[in-house]
Design a protein around this ligand. Structure first.
Ligand SMILES: Cc1cc2nc3c(=O)[nH]c(=O)nc-3n(C[C@H](O)[C@H](O)[C@H](O)COP(=O)(O)O)c2cc1C
Length: 206
């Protein structure tokens, strides 16, 4: 079995983490690095990660996350937030992200123009824009969790939370929103059986 498939099989949504085990710092940093180098639409890297280590902050978050025990039990808690204002087409950040490719000023103008057209249907709608940036942070989250599994580190993606309340507790500035929470650590219980639809139910060839 390839290492990748092995990791995909090892990974499951871990419900209870061993509170006595800490992820070694170097390994956790490599999990963050995997998020950092993940792909994003137009290379805008809209994600901003908050690693919550403070015990009282985790305790405050837990009831807002449907009382899920992973919030306080995991070794590392990562909140994937997105910066939605900076990805609007008129933002200097967008230009900077294209400029870093070493393009001519004309080429940057062209890129910004294409980007502006692409974003036109969504960038004036907070929710649509937020969904677009969130979609990308899910790619980073998936990469982090699968990579963690290669290190025999467990994880749980958490979407079960009261978004506005979590954002308030984190005191997120205007334009930033929470996309997803990911808990990392080590399982207590054996892995639950992986239940999935059959290939023929999800793939069609045309
Ligand atoms: C976007 C997303 C959000 C999820 N939110 C939660 C959650 O809040 N709490 C939880 O225990 N599991 C959560 N899960 C885990 C799923 O329930 C789980 O991945 C699915 O049932 C398949 O099980 P497995 O990952 O253990 O194979 C989430 C998964 C995804 C992809």
């Amino acid at each position: 079995m390839s290492e990748f498939i092995e990791a995909m099989t090892f990974r499951h949504a871990c419900k209870h983490f061993d509170t006595t085990k800490q992820i070694p710092a170097e390994q956790f940093e490599s999990i963050l690095e995997v998020a950092r180098i993940s792909p994003s639409s137009f290379g805008m890297e809209p994600w901003r990660l908050i690693v919550v280590r403070n015990e009282s902050l985790r305790k405050a978050l837990k009831p807002l996350c449907w009382n899920q025990s992973q919030i306080t039990e995991c070794s590392e808690l990562v909140i994937l937030t997105t910066d939605n204002d900076i990805v609007r087409s008129r933002s200097p950040y967008v230009r900077k992200m294209f400029e870093r490719r070493g393009l001519s000023a004309e080429a940057v103008d062209t890129y910004v123009g294409v980007y502006k057209n692409y974003l036109a249907p969504i960038e004036n709608d907070e929710l649509l824009l937020e969904n677009w940036t969130a979609k990308q942070s899910y790619i980073a989250a998936a990469n982090m969790m699968t990579y963690a599994a290669t290190l025999k580190i467990d994880s749980c993606p958490i979407e079960g939370f009261e978004k506005e309340q979590v954002e308030a507790v984190l005191d997120l500035p205007q334009g930033k929103t929470v996309a997803l929470i990911c808990a990392f650590g080590y399982r207590v219980d054996p892995q639950s059986p992986q239940m999935r639809l059959a290939m023929k139910e999800i793939v069609e060839y045309r």
